[in-house]
Ligand binder design. Structure first.
Ligand SMILES: Nc1ncnc2c1ncn2[C@@H]1O[C@H](COP(=O)(O)OP(=O)(O)O)[C@@H](O)[C@H]1O
Length: 291
């Protein structure tokens, strides 16, 4: 992990400095997510092979999927199940936004339009997260929300092996309803969902039901909605996903690493089936699914 951090630091270089970040901001305004300074390309070419034997580390998995599909929910459960950290770049971004740092306003403007942040901003945040994890003795991870562009996937592939990529899928109308129903407790940070999904099957597709995930009484009065979970912004995030992130599925499919998983319903139904699809056995299945 130290090697990745050295690389991403070298690659991101001065990404944390105001000047580069400002350049990134102006670049993103014209072509979101597609801009890359020469320093990246140079560092990428000079990249030393840094690969740890899988027997000496924990799993290094990635979760892909559209906004609202449940990446956070299932990646977080799986991280507890496997004893590895769940690293969600969206969470890192939101922490940065709430830090009131000098760039928070500019970053918020991009995020709240449903666009992707420049690669160097994300890589800088991820690099810091990996470094602090390494200092605490973490090994392995489940990445959620990264990589989100082919370039990010190439940068990651340049420095470490990803063992498996889980691609979660749901019908688009469900994704929108789920994003609009999402609520977060502004005290404990837990995610809930007030949407009650009940769609009939059509055109050979099965119907789908998902019960709401209501907050406990102590959170009920502290619920907030993400600023980017409005209908227009969700639709833009879906458009950006199809344009920039969907190609990442093919990137991993062609490497034989992609596991496709169509969510059949809510957590109690989906969790055991996801474990089955991943050849994992939950010895405590009933409690775990209902939790
Ligand atoms: N890998 C990334 N590359 C660029 N921007 C990112 C990345 N990860 C997160 N972001 C930014 O943070 C926002 C929220 O991310 P996330 O919580 O993962 O959203 P979603 O629910 O759309 O999957 C994204 O819309 C984007 O602006």
């Amino acid at each position: 992990m130290a090697a990745l951090n050295r690389f991403v630091r070298a690659a991101a270089g001065t990404a944390a400095t105001l000047s580069l970040a400002r350049r990134a901001m102006s670049a993103v305004a014209s072509e979101s997510g597609a801009w890359m300074p020469a320093t990246f390309a140079r560092a990428g070419l000079a990249l030393p092979e840094v690969r740890r034997d899988p027997a000496e580390r924990n799993v290094q998995w990635v979760f892909l999927g559209c906004p609202g599909v449940g990446k956070g929910t299932y990646a977080s459960r799986l991280s507890q199940f496997l004893g590895v950290p769940h690293i969600a770049t969206g969470d890192l971004v939101r922490e940065e936004l709430s830090s009131a740092g000098p760039l928070a306003g500019q970053l918020a403007e991009i995020v709240n339009k449903g666009k992707l942040l420049p690669d160097e901003v994300i890589i800088d945040l991820l690099s810091k997260r990996l470094e602090s994890g390494e200092a605490k003795g973490e090994s392995g991870f489940i990445l959620d929300g990264f990589p989100r562009t082919i370039r990010q996937a190439e940068i990651l592939e340049g420095v470490m092996d990803i063992d498996l990529v889980v691609n979660l899928k749901l019908r688009e109308e469900v994704l929108i309803e789920k994003c609009l129903g999402r609520r977060i407790c502004n005290e404990c940070g837990k995610n809930f969902n007030i949407a009650s999904i009940n769609l009939k099957g059509e055109n050979g597709r099965p119907g789908i039901s998902m019960a709401p995930l209501p907050p406990p009484p102590q959170c009920a009065s502290k619920l907030i909605t993400r600023a980017d979970d409005t209908e227009d912004v969700v639709k833009e995030r879906l458009r950006v996903y199809h344009e920039l992130s969907q190609p990442v599925e093919e990137f991993y499919r062609s490497r034989g690493k992609l596991v496709e998983f169509d969510l059949p319903g809510g957590i109690p139904e989906s969790w055991p089936k996801l474990l089955g699809a991943l050849n994992l056995v939950d010895h405590d299945e009933k409690q775990s699914a209902a939790a």
